[in-house]
Design a protein around this ligand. Sequence first.
Ligand code: ACO
Length: 338
Amino acid sequence: MGGDPVEVSSPAGGVGILGLGAVLPEHAVSHDELAQRLDTSDEWIRTRTGIAERRYAAAEVATSDLAVAAARAALADAGLTAGQLDWVICATTSPDNPFPATASRVQAALGARHAAAFDLMACCSGWLHGVALLQGLIRAGSCHHGLIVGAEVLSRIINWQDRSTAVLVGDGAGAAVLGPVAEGAGILSVLAGSDGDGYEHIIMPAGGSRMPATAETAQAGLNAFHMNGRDVFKWAVRQVPEAAERALELAGLRVGDIDLFVPHQANLRIIDAAVERLGIPAGRTWVNIQRYGNISAACIPVGLCEARAEGRLKAGDRLLTVAFGGGLTWAAAVMHWI
Ligand code: ACO
């Protein structure tokens, strides 16, 4: 039992995404279906959020199942085997179990015997935090190839007593394999930040050491997703452009140099406000919130995967991506797509 520990020598050159994979559950949940459980309407959800439908995983499907499927696709896309992975990181807000790490289950299912594995909790920005970490590990010589998967089954932690959050989220997974690339290609800049003063704004109140889960907390809807939507909205409208501008500055680029902007898909109004403030030209922003809602850590890799499949993200393109979420956390990156 047990894999070998990670031992890699330091590479020269850049770090980039070598392969991508995404998986979305088949079951699309309409606003009409939600309206059977909640006092809501198609009109309210579309106009306030931009969401038209979202996907929910089947009852027997857990976060690691989606993560493994996305990871396998990313490995195949990279032309690598699981045995070549040194690190398996799973970014998730909805792990299979509170512990151990969902990444350990992913590692075992993939057969990534040489990989270290752990979960990364930075909510919706988790996947980009993982990209930042892997870049550092690869540069430091502690990793040759690393997997970062963002996977969520948020439908299991919906607070059905709160219509303002229940309609927002969905399930899905996206994965990337990172590794060495030519100098000047791949990741040009990446940053990650946190403002823990906003800890309470996006939270599952019960189920941890501060408030263990009990029958009473379950009854009160506390073992579920809670959000102070208005404050998060105001913060995100300011934070997304700031993070984007800083990532561009670090990469030595301007907004006009960017071929595709892939923002976190939490609310179409937040995306529109960021696009306007940054001055991103029309037709250069990726939006899929209408199909999936907010799939948290899976948003960015699913978006990259779909954008590439649709020919919107091509070799040589310059990509800007920004995520934000619970913590509060945020992250941004600029990449020269390979
Ligand atoms: N259907 C119908 N009416 C609704 C619904 C609904 N689903 N939800 C709320 N309303 C009502 C409210 O009750 C309120 O009614 P009232 O004026 O009579 O009291 C009215 O609509 C306005 O409610 P607000 O909460 O002010 O609505 P708002 O326009 O702020 O939209 C939303 C709410 C969509 C949550 C928005 O605040 C938002 O998107 N915030 C940011 C979310 C985000 O970016 N999260 C980050 C990541 S989440 C993560 O990490 C997993």
